[in-house]
Design a protein around this ligand. Structure first.
Ligand code: ZN
Length: 460
């Protein structure tokens, strides 16, 4: 390529809002953003101070609001058909709804559901999603194939379980399938699509995994640089089972510590019932937490003590934890976080409700930090990747009152509590527009088809 070729730049004239840090947001009503051919922002600011460069191709979106793409750090792709099945706590809910749904997530079904699921992520403004698949290697491979086609940033892993499983295989066969399948998938997909796809070694949780499996999972992650994701201390009955299974470890986190699963690239879902020792070893190891407030309320699990995590310097992002959480939307997750922590504040002596700016940060820049990407994504700012979503906010205020005329804090509050009335118009990942967002050729369909048959599994 000739170095003298003028670079094409893409520009949007629009309102924009972004996190500045954990407690501050910035809003510009008549704004402009510009990104270059590599998909990185080169200008984010006021329209009247925009660079006067003829290479910029401008698009006028003054009626709409640009936000950074959401970074959701915990969800389960095969579980989406069984969302919103309330009335059970974690372990019976897994047996009744989740294991049958995951068991039926064959390669054929993955091919059918994965593209629809990714489209749903887009409709909810999510540009980066961290996902568990089922125990099936071939289904997980299909999820990666469609993740590549989706244009989204996806971190994904084959679910690993051997002590309890829905596979019908022996424990030894389960362990071998989990490790060998994960090795092959990680080798094929970790870092694929120019780094847009990444692998997460994914032992389900200590209840369903042998120590041997967890140790082998840790070794695989450390050898490959993949992420590790699992669940920690979500539900009181789960804690009791883990204590019975691993009587020689000091606490739940101690099980993962012994397996070698803690570290900078490890994401622990939930982390509700932690003691001081657990928080200290999570902090010392650099382990991150996926806070899943809507799921924690829905499954009656508990309320995570986010201030205690903050005190130890443990970084946390937000996860919808579908199907534990009933909705994919990060607006709903933020709303649930506010209500959960407000309720807790009313009944404890340590009232602490995260600010709305903090919740928005956790859903965007904070999620990027959790993934180790904080220096290059999660905000609308020069040097960051252009992962951004253009929202139509016309229906968010009563009687069509224009939201973008309001102050920044009112805009954010309205979106967190009424964001399900906002509509994604367009989105970009690494500056590339996702053209299939409203593609009518992708047929609407019902996802909840046949995962409802009740099957019983080896009980907890
Ligand atoms: Zn989960």
């Amino acid at each position: 390529m000739n170095d003298d070729t003028p670079q094409m730049l893409s520009g949007l004239r629009c309102a924009w809002l972004s996190s500045v840090n954990e407690e501050d947001i910035q809003f510009v009503k008549d704004g402009a953003v510009v990104w270059d051919e590599t998909g990185n922002f080169v200008y984010v600011g006021e329209w009247n101070q925009r660079p006067l460069n003829e290479a910029i191709v401008w698009e006028d979106q003054r009626e709409n609001l640009l936000l950074p793409g959401f970074v959701d750090v915990h969800a389960h792709l095969p579980q989406y058909p069984v969302v919103a099945r309330a009335g059970h706590e974690l372990l019976p809910w897994l047996n009744r709804f989740v294991f049958p749904a995951e068991k039926s997530f064959t390669r054929h079904r993955a091919k059918e559901h994965a593209p629809r699921f990714y489209r749903e992520l887009k409709r909810n403004g999510i540009t980066t999603s961290v996902l568990f698949s089922s125990i099936h290697e071939d289904s997980t491979h299909e999820c990666f194939v469609h993740a590549e086609a989706s244009g989204l940033r996806i971190v994904l892993g084959q679910m690993m379980m051997d002590r309890i499983s829905y596979s019908g295989l022996t424990a030894t066969q389960c362990l071998t399938a989990a490790i060998e399948g994960s090795e092959r998938l990680c080798a094929r997909w970790h870092g694929a699509a120019d780094g847009r796809l990444r692998y997460a070694v994914s032992p389900r949780f200590a209840v369903t995994c042998s120590m041997e499996l967890m140790k082998k999972a840790a070794t695989l992650a450390h050898q490959t640089g993949a992420y590790i994701q699992t669940h920690l201390s979500e539900n009181r009955e789960e804690l009791r089972v883990v204590a019975d299974l691993f009587p020689n470890t000091p606490d739940y986190t101690g099980v993962y510590e012994h397996a070698g699963l803690l570290g900078e690239r490890t994401l622990m879902g939930h982390a509700i019932y932690l003691n001081d020792r657990e928080r200290k070893i999570l902090a010392a190891s650099g382990t991150k937490v996926a806070h899943c407030p809507s799921s924690n309320l829905f499954l009656q699990s508990g309320v995570m003590d986010w201030t205690a995590l903050d005190c130890e310097g443990i970084r946390w992002g937000l996860g919808n934890d579908v199907a534990g959480g009933p909705e994919l939307s990060p607006w709903d997750v933020m709303k649930a976080a506010f209500y959960a922590h407000a309720s807790r504040a009313m009944v404890t002596e340590h009232p602490a409700v995260p600010s709305l700016a903090r919740l928005f940060h956790a859903a965007t820049a904070g999620g990027a930090v959790v993934l180790g990407d904080g220096s290059k994504s999660g905000k609308l700012t020069p040097g960051h990747v252009a992962d951004a979503v253009l929202w139509n906010t016309q229906e968010t205020l009563p009687y069509g009152e224009p939201l973008l005329e309001r102050p920044a804090d009112e805009i954010l509050s309205t979106l967190i509590f009424r964001g399900n009335r906002a509509k994604v118009e367009k989105m970009w990942v690494q500056g590339k527009r996702n053209f299939d967002l409203l593609d009518p050729t992708i047929a609407e369909s019902h996802l909840g088809d046949d995962a409802s048959q009740t099957q019983s599994f080896q009980s907890f």
